[in-house]
Design a protein around this ligand. Structure first.
Ligand SMILES: Nc1nc2c(c(=O)[nH]1)N[C@H]1C(S)=C(S)[C@@H](COP(=O)(O)OP(=O)(O)OC[C@H]3O[C@@H](n4cnc5c(=O)[nH]c(N)nc54)[C@H](O)[C@@H]3O)O[C@H]1N2
Ligand SMILES: Nc1nc2c(c(=O)[nH]1)N[C@H]1C(S)=C(S)[C@@H](COP(=O)(O)OP(=O)(O)OC[C@H]3O[C@@H](n4cnc5c(=O)[nH]c(N)nc54)[C@H](O)[C@@H]3O)O[C@H]1N2
Ligand code: SF4
Ligand SMILES: [Mo]
Length: 734
């Protein structure tokens, strides 16, 4: 049996062996996959155990008081209908909110129905993992290219020089850049004579693979990048090969950010900043790539903007060896022909701007807690655990307790879902067909692969797509008994009508009914995939993907900016006004005092956000929730085994682990821990603490409203021996 690993962004092909009873006995990398070529990590190797975890919920759960009851699907959907419509009738649709968590980007049901569900709820309170992750990238691309989905990836296999900031693919396996065996690709880059430079406040496993590692003070990458831009312009090292607008404005903005000016704040010596610029300009081809450490920070959007400014200035944007756009097998999903507009509405309480139809998660608790017209009273959560993943998570948890109604689509009873009234569990992983609509749009080679379900659904059990469709129909007032297939037909009908009428579409002029009748697939979701493939640039179909179970290589990336560019000027905007404003805030930062101690996060190879701690083979060893601190800081602060970490938002008592690879003045705590009150028996044995007690929802990256998880000012003090103190939130009253 073969299938794509659905866990992280690397889309590895797997080869599964099953016993007679259908249980997975071994998981290996699929050597015949043309993209992953047999690569696998410990998480993928545990897929069998993740799939048949005995703690996964098998039936819907309804909470009455503090007691959970298993109920049938019909009864569960009726309870959802009563709950949602009770709130709509009493308070209107703006009293509804939805949070779409990270796995909704990975599952077919999540991707295909998240838009329809949000629309059917009819509320502006749409939240997703995007605003605790990559929204700064969307906002930067939206303003520069007119399309927030025009996200480029480093041309990893051909570049001569890679500058990487705030990413640790040796443990995360990459992100917004799908590259199975990312570490192997970095080794290959060096083996062919290329150069890798890693900028990170920790000397990470990725840094160990690099030619050079530079410590940067958390939260200041935008300053470092401005220093590089300044040098490129001042020393006339640019070789722009695209039509650009705003070069003069950029030059004016960059004037204040000479390497000498930014070096004291960002902690990288001025000579090295200028050196980075000169090396990027001199390299035959080069790419700058950055992720979480330069996104979930106070100047995340500015950093993402300047990353692409450098790629453009050095002539490396949209060319082989630089950064490029993937051409997917499916049609480009979610792209509009119009220049992007942001801030079409704002959040009620804090006035934070909408981006891509969403409001920032950092203000979800405000919207629940603050009385008045539009106060959120019912919440739908799909594949998310925001109690552990959102900033000020403990405060959000208390807010969830105040809701009139909450429904979750999730396989676990966990820190978030325990506050729900109804939990709807999706099927097991191996019961789901899999296609990576999102991740296949950021692969470093054009590639596609479909995985059919390995096990059938039990009779009467809905697929994740059917659960999503049911919720959508209930939200839109069609009732708990409505046929989910009706929604599929609506979506298919709409896309087919558009495609048959659009000149130049592969289906232009065809009869819609005949097109519909010709679609292949065992479910609505699979028929949508078939349709989107037929509308894609390669003219593929589901049947062809099924006939190629190891995946299909569609060739190296080729230039395609011209097709994607949507700015009003028709040019790449180097200094769009909304981003240029950030230069003012960055100038203020240059003059601000540097906090004594800054908190950052880290990812662990055998963890996945908040939800893989229940797998015995992945827990323990180095995968522990400890505070990494430099030995000099430990000595200076007199820390023992445990420390009290205090921020503006809360305080936590944590075990201290000395680590000489972290920058002095910086401590690191992984997120996704703090397991409590759940039905996850393995995770409960090693609960850890919730790092997001310390992160502060009051502080956001201004242009995107994105949460700030890295560069949080904290104080760290020794804890005298004695019983462990419970987490305290000090910021809750603000
Ligand atoms: N401090 C700090 N906080 C962070 C981060 C950080 O670096 N530091 N990183 C942030 C980032 S990048 C992200 S993406 C977010 C992620 O935060 P969330 O969006 O909350 O996602 P997860 O923590 O992965 O939780 C996923 C949930 O989905 C459930 N689930 C798993 N598989 C499925 C499925 O197939 N279907 C359904 N319906 N549910 C499923 C799991 O049980 C779990 O409850 O966390 C963010 N939070
Ligand atoms: N094993 C594993 N893999 C994962 C996940 C997981 O939880 N576990 N999560 C998945 C998800 S949802 C995502 S979004 C991706 C994230 O993928 P990555 O972005 O590669 O993940 P991180 O390990 O969080 O890397 C962020 C790095 O930024 C550094 N950093 C912190 N602050 C700063 C700063 O201010 N500047 C700079 N330059 N660096 C800084 C941290 O030390 C860390 O090494 O990983 C995905 N893959
Ligand atoms: S790297 Fe990611 S996709 Fe590949 S096996 Fe590991 S978890 Fe799965
Ligand atoms: Mo993420």
């Amino acid at each position: 049996m073969h299938r794509t690993c659905p866990l992280c962004d690397a889309v590895c092909g797997l080869r599964l062996t099953l016993d007679g009873g259908g249980r997975v006995t071994s998981v290996k990398g699929d050597p015949l996959d043309p993209f992953s070529k047999g690569y696998i990590c410990p998480k993928g190797a545990s897929l069998g155990r993740v799939d048949d975890d005995p703690d996964r919920l098998q039936a819907p759960m309804v909470r009455r008081g503090d007691e959970w009851h298993e109920v049938g699907w019909a009864e569960a959907f009726q309870a959802v209908e009563r709950g949602l419509h009770g709130v709509i009738e009493a308070h209107g649709r703006d009293a509804l909110a939805v949070y779409l968590g990270n796995p909704t980007f990975h599952t077919m049901g999540g991707i295909l129905y998240r838009g329809a569900l949000a629309q059917a709820l009819g509320t502006r309170n749409v939240f997703s993992a995007s605003t605790i992750d990559q929204m700064p990238k969307h906002v930067a691309c939206g303003h520069m290219f007119g399309d927030p989905l025009a996200i480029s990836v480093p041309d990893l296999d051909r570049t001569d020089h890679l500058l990487m900031l705030g990413a640790n693919p040796a443990e995360s396996n990459g992100s917004l850049c799908a590259a199975p065996d990312f570490p192997g690709r970095l080794k290959a880059l060096r083996a062919r004579g290329g150069r890798l430079v890693v900028v990170d406040p920790r000397r990470t496993r990725t840094a160990a693979l690099a030619d050079e590692h530079l410590f940067v003070r958390p939260g200041t990458d935008a300053l470092l990048l401005f220093g590089i831009v300044h040098t490129l312009l001042a020393e006339e090292l640019t070789s722009v090969n695209l039509e650009v607008a705003g070069l003069a404005d950029l030059r004016r903005l960059a004037a204040d950010f000479a390497p000498d000016a930014v070096a004291p704040v960002c902690g990288v010596p001025a000579g090295r900043i200028a050196g980075l610029a000169r090396e990027l300009a001199a390299a035959r081809t080069a790419a700058v790539y950055s992720r979480i450490g330069a996104s979930t920070v106070e100047f995340g959007t500015a950093a993402q903007w300047l990353v692409d400014v450098i790629n453009v200035l050095t002539g490396n944007f949209d060319r082989p060896g630089g950064v490029m756009f993937t051409r997917t097998a499916t049609m480009d999903l979610g792209r509009s022909g119009e220049p992007w507009v942001q801030g079409r509405w704002h959040s009620r309480v804090r006035g934070l701007p909408e981006s891509l139809g969403e409001l920032p998660v950092a203000t979800l608790a405000d919207e629940i807690e603050t009385p008045g017209e539009g106060q959120v009273r019912a919440l739908v959560v799909v594949a998310g655990n925001p109690v552990l993943s959102a900033p000020s998570g403990d405060r959000l948890e208390r807010a969830l307790g105040e809701l009139d109604f909450m429904v979750c689509v999730d396989p676990y009873l966990n820190e978030t879902t325990r506050h729900a009234d109804v939990i709807l569990p999706p099927p097991r992983i191996l019961q789901m067909p899999h296609y990576d609509f999102l991740l296949l749009s950021v692969t470093v080679r054009n590639y596609t692969r479909f995985s059919p379900a390995i096990h059938p659904l039990e009779p009467g059990r809905p697929s994740e797509g059917e659960i999503m469709a049911k919720l959508t129909l209930i939200a839109s007032g069609q009732g708990a008994d409505a046929d989910p297939g009706a929604l599929d037909e609506m979506i298919l009908g709409e896309v087919i009508r558009g495609a048959t009428q659009a000149p130049g579409s592969p289906l232009a002029g065809r009869d819609p009914e005949e097109v519909r009748a010709g679609l292949d697939g065992d479910s609505g979701a699979e028929r949508m995939l078939d349709l989107f493939l037929r509308l894609g640039s390669y003219g593929l179909s589901l049947a062809e993907l099924r006939a190629n179970p190891h995946g299909i290589d569609l060739g190296p990336l080729t230039p395609r900016l011209a097709e994607l560019l949507r700015t009003v000027s028709g040019k790449v905007e180097l200094a769009p006004p909304r981003l240029a404003e950030e230069a003012g805030r960055l100038r203020e930062r240059l003059a601000a005092p540097v906090p004594e101690m800054l908190l950052i996060g880290r990812r662990q190879l055998r963890s996945l956000n908040s939800w893989l701690h229940n797998v015995p083979g992945l827990s323990g060893g180095t995968n522990r929730c400890t505070l990494h601190a430099h030995p000099d800081d430990i000595a200076r602060l007199g820390l023992g085994d445990r420390a009290l970490v205090t921020s503006a938002a809360g305080e936590l008592e944590v075990p201290v682990e000395p680590n000489a690879d972290i920058m002095p003045g910086v401590v690191s705590l992984p997120h996704g821990w703090g397991h409590a009150g759940t039905r996850q028996s393995v995770a409960a044995g090693q609960p850890g603490v919730n790092a997001n007690v310390l992160t502060d929802a009051a502080v956001v990256d201004v242009p995107s409203g994105n949460a700030v998880f890295n560069g949080v000012p904290v104080t760290v003090t020794p804890v005298p021996a004695g019983p462990v103190r419970a987490p305290v939130a000090t910021g809750a009253a603000r």
